[in-house]
Design a protein around this ligand. Sequence first.
Ligand code: GUE
Length: 297
Amino acid sequence: MTAERINGKAFAASLRERVGEHAAQFEASAGRRAGLAVVLVGEDPASQVYVRSKHKATVAAGMESFEHRLPADTSEEDLLALVAQLNADEAVDGILVQLPLPGHLDEQAVIASISPDKDVDGFHVTNAGRLAVGQSGFVPCTPLGCMMLLTERLGDLSGLEAVVIGRSNIVGKPMAQLLLDANATVTIAHSRTKDLPSVVRRADIVVAAVGRAEMVKADWLKEGATVIDVGINRLPPAEGEEKGRLVGDVDYAGAEGVAGAITPVPGGVGPMTIAVLLRNTLVAAYRNADLQVPDGL
Ligand SMILES: Nc1nc(=O)c2c([nH]1)NC[C@@H]1CN(c3ccc(C(=O)N[C@@H](CCC(=O)O)C(=O)O)cc3)C=[N+]21
């Protein structure tokens, strides 16, 4: 059996298009465009690439993009002052501070300073708490994007066995909560889990978010499982390559022979993250303007 390839890139493109249509309606009703502010501290090349693609996608969806690039030695005081200014700016609906921050800056303190109503990453404790107790807030983009791919493929997830590998605050934990809300039976596995292969083998749904290249092997999977690969790892360059290949946390070539469906890397979950960021920003804009968030957004 060859697994169906879940085309996250195409799904993300259609989500961005839908967001774009709603963004135009928002502009017509509110008399202004929805706005996203992205703050990048330092010159990390990977972060620069991400910030660039967020900017392009934001503009393409008919929203305002405010980019703030600060030097690597920016003080926490200056960064907090910028966030305070963005919190107060009515043209800014969403604020994203690109992570990781340089080591001298306290990420938790910076996230805590973002207004929860502009926290389109869903990283603020207030939004984590809202998700935990089932109140509406902002859900982190990557797990929400994974849920969209899962429900599109599987429909109702009730009673399915889901195993999330990884317990981070930005992917593993919120992913588990979303699956639980969708009535799946959820296991969170991690580096101390005993006999991880046999835990994964019972899963109808596997979400791999550990950050270890090709760790999940074909013989860990139940026949027909749906596999969502959140990992983005760059392998060391092979002979004749300038840069190493990008691979996920799942051994795709092997898993393809066992899984029912699987997301590729690149072209799977990654593009969904940015599309959901735009979606969350537009939801923030509707709420901040006291307008009804449209159905289906
Ligand atoms: N405050 C904050 N929010 C984030 O959401 C956030 C962040 N910080 N820091 C870094 C991570 C990473 N991230 C990705 C977004 C898109 C792709 C993506 O589109 N990847 C493509 C291309 C990959 C490539 O070619 O490099 C793909 O998988 O097909 C990947 C990773 C958002 N992050």
